[in-house]
Write a protein that binds this ligand. Structure first.
Ligand code: HEM
Ligand code: HEM
Length: 374
């Protein structure tokens, strides 16, 4: 804790050096994206586990509070990515260190260059959305209440990690002072993590930029609940939804493409996810593979980064330091299991009906309810 206070005080006192600000921003943006990831992976898994809740989650993503957060999130991902690349390049090319200061300015410049057109595209989606006659805006209190289970889950993981750390301390009797932060311990395993952070960062760049381009610029968060999507890749082979025996046969075949042909896209977010995850491209579930790779890389990278940060501030306290490691491991495991679990299943018509009912309860004016009623 004392080291956290020291960091904050020194950062504010030590004005002007761009390297220091880059370091602080890298840390804050990394932590911000980890927090978003926790909500996002659990929410997304609901498309399979609880489609009714998923509709509520996407409705809260479409509320003004999340719209503001979305701009912050995109800034955080873009800045962290460019700054992470700078760190990686300078680590492997020490001869370039003399250009450190310029490199930090290039990172800020590249961030602004990318964000200007992206933000223009995102503002465009916001304007179009609020011009529609029937806009559903979830009340702020409801949006906040929906986040409470996450707060409870994070606190529970923290308490669990503390108890585990205490028990391990009792068994091993390790009460010695720990004075080395995780990333500076120099052990072979830490050298592995050091390389992993750089290699995974490099691989994450195209994956997360592609994902954000699809979800913010091409499709837009507001359009996830519009019938027909831009970013599925391939449209169903049939123009209209299958019905009766044809639908039953499609479902019985267990073939995701056949199931996709059977879906009548009425504009629920669950259908959007189903269309992407069920899509087969030359027999390969392309979007599932993409999301599995994204899930694995960002979760392991993000939670190892969280471990670095937490252990940096608990160097003098072995109990808290161990708990920081357990907390990061528990968090990563929960996200990997929940996120991958959702992708193993198939979103079928029964789950979609649940989603449709839920969206009509939230917003009876939604186009879906007209389709269902007719
Ligand atoms: C507000 C911004 C975002 C929106 C609207 C969004 C939307 C979505 C949607 C609709 C899915 C469902 C699967 C699909 O269609 O591919 C998904 C999955 C996923 N997204 Fe995002 N995404 C956003 C930002 C991000 C960011 C910044 C990350 C990484 C840090 C990320 C990581 C993932 C992962 C790992 C999955 C798979 C989740 C699972 O297995 O449960 N997303 N996202
Ligand atoms: C987009 C591509 C990304 C690149 C190129 C990248 C690169 C890096 C690098 C090089 C580090 C420094 C590691 C070290 O000090 O040894 C780092 C730290 C970190 N990253 Fe990323 N990263 C990326 C995406 C992400 C994402 C999506 C998250 C969140 C899910 C994240 C969370 C973190 C955290 C929390 C840290 C620790 C920060 C600190 O120690 O101050 N990163 N990243």
């Amino acid at each position: 804790m004392a080291s956290l206070v020291l960091t904050l005080r020194e950062t504010l006192r030590y004005r002007g050096a761009i390297g220091q600000w880059s370091w602080v921003l890298h840390r804050l943006t990394g932590l911000g994206v980890v927090l978003f990831l926790v909500l996002h992976v659990i929410d997304t898994s609901w498309a399979y586990f609880y489609p009714d809740l998923y509709e509520g989650a996407i409705a809260s993503y479409q509320s003004p509070l999340f719209t503001i957060g979305e701009f912050g999130l995109v800034f955080a991902v873009v800045f962290h990515a460019f700054n992470g690349l700078r760190i990686g390049i300078l680590d492997f090319r020490p001869d370039l260190w003399r250009y450190q200061k310029q490199a930090a300015y290039y990172v800020f410049g590249a961030t602004v260059l990318v964000l200007v057109p992206v933000f223009i595209g995102m503002v465009g989606h916001v304007i179009v959305h609020y011009q529609k006659p029937e806009v559903y805006v979830m009340p702020l209190t409801e949006v906040l209440v929906k986040q409470l289970p996450f707060v409870a889950g994070i606190v529970a993981a923290g308490i669990g990690a503390l108890i585990l750390s205490f028990l391990v301390g009792l068994v091993t009797g390790s009460g010695e002072r720990a004075t080395v932060s995780a990333k500076h311990s120099g052990s072979r395993i830490e050298r592995f993590w050091w390389s992993f952070m750089r290699v995974s960062g490099l691989l994450i760049v195209p994956l997360v930029f592609g994902h954000l381009a699809a979800m913010h610029v091409l499709q837009g968060v507001f359009d996830l609940t519009l019938a027909g999507s831009n970013v599925v890749g391939v449209v169903p082979e049939t123009d209209t939804a299958l019905a009766g025996d044809a639908l039953a046969a499609a479902l019985a075949s267990g073939d995701p493409q056949a199931l996709m042909n059977g879906l009548n896209d009425t504009g629920t977010a669950t259908e959007f996810v189903a269309e992407r995850w069920n899509l087969l491209w030359n027999g390969i579930a392309l979007w599932r593979l993409y999301d599995v790779a994204l899930l694995a890389l960002v979760t392991i990278h993000g939670f190892n980064g969280l471990r670095y940060v937490l252990t940096d501030y608990t160097m003098e306290r072995p109990l808290l330091r161990r708990a920081s490691v357990y907390f990061s491991v528990i968090g990563a495991l929960v996200l990997l299991i929940v996120g991958a679990g959702a992708m193993i299943g198939t979103i079928d018509t029964e789950l979609i009906s649940m989603a449709q009912e839920s969206i009509c309860k939230l917003n009876p004016a939604h186009a879906t309810c007209g389709v269902l009623g007719s």
